[in-house]
Design a binder for this molecule. Structure first.
Ligand code: 6GU
Length: 246
């Protein structure tokens, strides 16, 4: 996977992504992250890339020329017009299914806006996907691009040490993950659930599934409509106390 991030803050995204698991995946050659500084494509000697909005109003708007220049140089260099994701609170809300779809691409371009946004004309020309990471407003697209790259990258084979863990966790089957425990067996008077120490794999699996169902009903009941529940699990949910609070 080759990520290309068009941004006014290249160091911010590179610093954030060159650490931890994503940094190690890049060292292993499983992915490549490139930041393109939109300011390098400024069309004036002061390196300005923004200007006042036509029609008036607060804030500044990023000009179309530098954004187009950055994109054109990239498209020419890689010899194709790759998928281009514009990070905006007006986009489709990012989720695990979108991550799985994006993970199949060979190249992904992320366009990070700032100020009051980017001139509409260049967006019409180059954007293939408008994506938001949730219903709140951030100062720019860099953090959303980093969130998406982290999420997409862990789906690439070899990025996680344990290649099964990406499938069996939170949101697999639309259920939240079960609680995890490690040593010590007792911490400040709180014991690890005995079934986990029993060595009985079938009972462990049953307990974990039940915990996932209970947690989802408690914290994310909106996910349950998509979950594939047995009749017994539906009955279990009805018996849960907190259901009466909802
Ligand atoms: Cl993608 N951009 C900005 N600026 N704010 C956001 C967002 C994106 N997603 C949620 N809030």
């Amino acid at each position: 996977m080759n990520y290309h991030i068009l941004t006014l803050f290249p160091q911010m995204v590179l610093d954030g992504l060159h650490t931890s698991i994503i940094g190690r995946a890049e060292e292993k050659g499983l992915l490549h992250i490139e930041a393109v500084d939109i300011r390098d494509y400024a069309e004036n000697k002061h390196n300005r890339v923004d200007d006042y909005p036509y029609g008036g109003g607060a804030g500044m708007v990023m000009q179309p020329g530098p954004v187009y220049g950055a994109w054109k140089a990239l498209a020419d260099r890689i010899g194709k017009k790759p998928r281009l994701i514009y990070l905006t609170p007006q986009g489709r809300v990012f989720d695990q299914a979108m991550a799985e779809e994006f993970a199949r691409e060979e190249d992904l371009v992320f366009l990070c806006g700032h100020y009051e946004g980017i001139d509409e004309r260049v967006l019409e020309m180059i954007v293939t996907d408008y994506v938001s990471i949730g219903d709140y407003v951030l100062t720019g697209g860099e953090l959303p691009a980093m969130v998406m790259i982290d999420c997409i990258s862990r789906l690439i084979p070899g990025v996680l040490n344990n290649d099964v863990s990406a499938e069996f966790e939170t949101f697999h089957d639309s259920l939240l993950e079960y609680p995890q425990y490690t040593r010590p067996e007792e911490f400040m008077g709180r014991k690890v659930p005995p079934v986990l120490l029993s060595g009985h794999h079938e009972n462990v699996a049953k307990w974990r599934r039940e915990q996932s169902v209970i947690r989802t009903a408690r914290y994310r009941p909106d996910l349950l409509t998509k979950a594939d529940l047995t009749e017994k699990e539906k009955e279990l949910i009805k018996t849960l106390d907190f259901q009466q609070e909802l």
